[in-house]
Each structure stands twice: as C-alpha cells, then as structure tokens.
Design a protein around this ligand. Structure first.
Ligand code: TXE
Length: 475
C-alpha cells in the first residue's frame, strides 16, 4: 500500500500535528491502496503562517517571473503525467488511458490557459476621469477540491492564484489524495518558493472547515457538491472572505426538433459516459421532440450498450468504476427510483456488468419516458446514466431545460445556426453546441445553485485578484 502521510508546508514535507490515519479504497478492487493522514486545524494554522510570510515577497514578483514559473510547472507536469494517471486510476477509477490524456491533459490545459491570459493581462488601466485601476493579489487563498477531475480542479485554482501573485493552502479530496501530493512535488521541482503553495491533506469537517473559517485566509475557492459549498459559504461568512464556488450541475442536452441524430448526437449524448458520468457538466437530460423519442432511445441505447466497463489499470477505451461505495449506492438508488417512478429502462440497471464480480462498476444505463418531476430528472446522478425526456414544442423543451435548481452548463444538439437563437434562452453559465465539454480558456462556472465566479483563462485570473482604484496620481 502506498503511504502519503505528510503535508507539504513552507517548502518541506512535514508530519501532521495530531492527524489520524485514513485508508483510501481502490474502487475497482474494494481494497485499500493508499494511506494518508487526515490533517487538523493546527496543520492549517501552520500552512497559513507560511503562506502569509511568503505573500510578502511573492506578491511583488513580476509578470515575467510568474510566466516562467508557470511554464516550469507545465514542464514538470508533463514529466510526471504517467505517475498522475496511475494515482488517479487507483484512487478514483479513471482508466489509465483516459487519465493520462484527458485528466492530465485538462490539468496541463488549465496552466496553459492561465499562461496565455497572464501574458496579455492588463494589470493597470486608466478610467476616463484619470482614476487608475490596479489588479492586485488577494492574499492567502484556501482551496478545497473534489475527486472527479482531481488534477484539473486543483490546476484551475492553483494556476490563476500563482499568476495573480497569491499564496495558498490546498486541501484536496480525501478520496483521491495522491495526485495532489505528486502535484506538490511538481511545484517543488519547478521552484515554487517555500510557503507559496502548501498542501494539507484531510476531510471537509476538519481541514475544510478550518480553511473556510480562518481569519488570515482572504478567499476560499471551492469545487464540490452544492451541499458542501453551502457549508463553506456559511463558515466563511464571519470572516467576510471571498467565496468562489464551482458546484453541482444537471445539464440538459436540448436536441432541436430537426436534429440529424447521426451527425449531432454522438458528441453530446456520449457526455454522461465520460469519466463514468462523474463530471459536473455531464449532459444527462436528453430532451427530444415527443414524436422522435423512440428513435432517440434506440440511438442512445446503441451507444451505451456498446460501452464496456473494465479495469482502470488496463489501457483501452472502456470506462472504470465510480469513485466509492457511497456514490455507487447513490447512483443505484437513483436508477431504482426511476424504475419505481415508471421510467422505461432501455439498457443497464442496478446490477454489476456481466463480466465483473467486484468493484463499484455501474452499467451504462439509459432511461426513456422520464418526466421532469422524477427524482432522476432533478438530482445530480454522477454516474453513466442518460435520461431521455420528451417535449411537445421547442418552447416547452427550453422550459424543461431550465427547470432545475442548477445552472452550470447546457448543450444543444442540432443545426448550429438554429442553436444560436436558443443559446441565450438557457439559464446556464456555459452552452456548448454539438459538444458538451468546456472550451479552452473560456470562463467555466455556473448560474443559480451551480456556484459563484468563474474559472479558467482571463475570467479565472480576474477572480483571483482584487481591484484597487487610485485617484489623484499623475497619468
Ligand atoms: O462531495 P463533497 P461528495 C457532487 C456530485 C456527487 C456529490 C457528492 O453530485 O454525487 O457531490 O460528492 C470537501 N467544509 N459533486 O460528497 O463532499 C471534501 O473534503 C469544507 C459535484 O464526495 O462536496 C472534498 O474536498 N469542505 C462536484 C470536497 O469538499 C468540505 C464534484 C468535495 O466533497 C465540507 C464532486 C465542509 N463541510 C461532487 N464537506 C463538481 N462540482 O464537479 C466536504 N468538503
């Protein structure tokens, strides 16, 4: 079993102050694969002292120095790509082929997008009346990240925080800690100065809460469930820190009445299969014209029944298990609820895939006949499950698309010119036409209960900076 017992604070690997051991379970084998120490408030305090001290000098570094630092990090990430992919495969079940390309690639992409934004960033500008506007670092940033796109979610915070001249404390998910430890080694090898980046392993109620409430942390950036995001925001309120949240989603895939299924559906309807459905932007609600529901069900069912589940450590295009027993039980419970509420199970279901006898594997599953009131149409599934829902006319389709508490992303399948007229009607932070993934460098974040703020590229960089106005100085 791998041991990752220490935290990275002030440029050194150090023992936790009073932490407890925690075993991480490999979701493919159901056996422990890694042991970490769940940290404590005292660990967070030590990390904050280091970050505060480092802020004095790191906040004064130049754009060029930060660009060079980010570029060295990218070079180190590329070297450690295979290690990162194996760690994610073992701890959260993303197959190594997918992990090595998509998961690691997304993490590197977050850095490249930030480097591009930093190169062009206007740190000072003048308003018409001569007042100078200056973008400055916020200070010490706390970061709390989940397990589903673990490296990417860390990179989307660390890259802009560094680019903006901030210092930071990261608490990654206790479900998937090793990629974060390797990431700390990457930053160390790239020459990030001591105290600028600190890693404290741990759980939400202890380390996450200590970060959210800490008086010397100016901002907390959180990605995870809406449930935990609300707790972070409440805990952060007393210290009036900036709260940046990327939370859950329930993305619609609005299929236009005259969509060409063969041309438009493969790229969008496959979204819920990717990463075994564990993406906040997974477009699980496939909305189709009522008269084409059977045709859509047959099309999507063929795609899903052809998708295999398999060992994450094997190369290949299969999907892996879901992250843990809690998620496995939650997904199977939602599948059962849809059956109980009268949806039609087209393929998949609650059983393990035929050739698998252990692990948290969920069969690719398709339902048709799903109605907006069903639990499966409202709750985030986070598994390889697609629900086909019928609309009578496009106006009703748009209403159903917007009818959840979430507003992270949406996709539209069909003629791009017609989709352009529908996109402004969707209440979501991101709309992708004939696609479902994020666009490089584009702002990533949601409306409604999907969060506050944006990540990636220029918008992500701005969210990790303060704005100052200076009046009365010469032009
Ligand atoms: O996430 P949690 P869970 C959704 C998805 C999934 C559900 C549950 O629907 O099925 O959430 O996942 C930390 N204070 N998403 O329970 O608990 C925790 O330690 C501070 C969507 O595994 O939100 C971890 O680091 N921190 C999502 C992080 O929050 C707290 C990604 C995420 O864990 C905390 C993941 C607290 N009180 C799940 N409680 C997305 N947006 O992509 C927990 N944490």
């Amino acid at each position: 079993m791998r041991e990752r017992l220490q935290n990275y604070i002030d440029g050194k690997w150090v023992d936790s102050i009073g932490g407890t051991r925690h075993e991480v379970i490999n979701p493919a084998t159901e056996e422990a694969c890694t042991v970490i120490t769940l940290g404590t408030k005292a660990d967070v305090d030590a990390a904050v002292v280091a970050a505060r001290r480092a802020f004095e000098t790191f906040s004064q570094t130049t754009r060029e120095e930060r660009i060079e630092l980010l570029q060295r990090i990218v070079a180190e990430m590329k070297k450690r790509g295979p290690d990162l992919a194996v760690a994610m495969a073992e701890e959260m079940g993303a197959p190594v082929s997918f992990g090595g390309t998509a998961q690691v690639g997304a993490g590197i992409g977050a850095f490249l997008g930030t480097i591009a934004a930093l190169k062009d960033f206007t740190f000072t500008e003048r308003m018409g009346n001569g007042v100078q506007i200056a973008y400055e670092p916020i200070g010490v940033v706390g970061m709390i990240t989940p397990w589903n796109w673990p490296l990417n979610q860390i990179a989307l915070k660390v890259a802009p925080a560094l680019a903006g001249g901030n210092t930071m404390i990261l608490k990654p998910s206790e479900e998937c800690p090793t990629n974060a430890a390797i990431f700390a080694e990457i930053l160390d090898a790239a020459g990030v100065p001591p105290g600028v980046f600190n890693l404290v392993q741990g759980n939400g109620p202890d380390v996450g809460q200590a970060i959210s409430t800490h008086p010397d942390i100016e901002m907390v950036s959180f990605t995870g469930s809406t449930r935990a995001g609300i707790m972070v925001a409440k805990a952060a309120a007393d210290t009036v820190k900036r709260v940046h949240q990327e939370l859950g989603g329930k993305a619609p895939n609005l299929v236009l009445p005259d969509a060409d299924f063969a041309a438009h559906l493969p790229a969008t309807a496959s979204g819920p299969l990717v990463n075994s459905g564990q993406s906040c932007i997974s477009p699980t609600r496939i909305l189709v014209p009522r008269e084409r529901e059977a045709e859509a069900a047959a099309f999507v069912t063929a795609m899903y029944s052809a998708t295999k589940c398999g060992d994450p450590m094997q190369e290949g295009a299969h999907i892996g298990p879901v992250v843990n027993k809690t998620q496995y039980d939650k997904i199977r419970g939602l599948i059962q609820s849809a059956i109980d509420e009268g949806a039609k199970l087209e393929t998949g279901g609650t059983d393990l895939p035929a050739d698998v006898n252990r692990g948290y594997y969920v069969q690719p599953t398709v339902f048709s006949g799903v109605t907006p009131q069903m639990r499966i149409a409202q709750e985030e599934i986070f598994g390889p499950v697609a629900t086909i829902m019928a609309y009578d006319d496009l106006e009703q389709g748009i209403r159903i698309a917007n009818d959840t508490v979430y507003g992270l992303s949406a996709c539209i399948s069909g003629d791009p010119a017609k989709a352009a007229a529908v996109a402004p009607r969707l209440r979501a932070g991101m709309v992708a036409v004939n696609n479902w993934g994020p666009s490089p460098g584009a702002p990533f974040g949601g409306y409604k209960q999907s969060g506050n703020g944006r990540e990636a590229g220029l918008f992500g960089l701005k969210d990790f900076m303060e704005v100052k106005s200076i009046s009365g100085i010469p032009a």
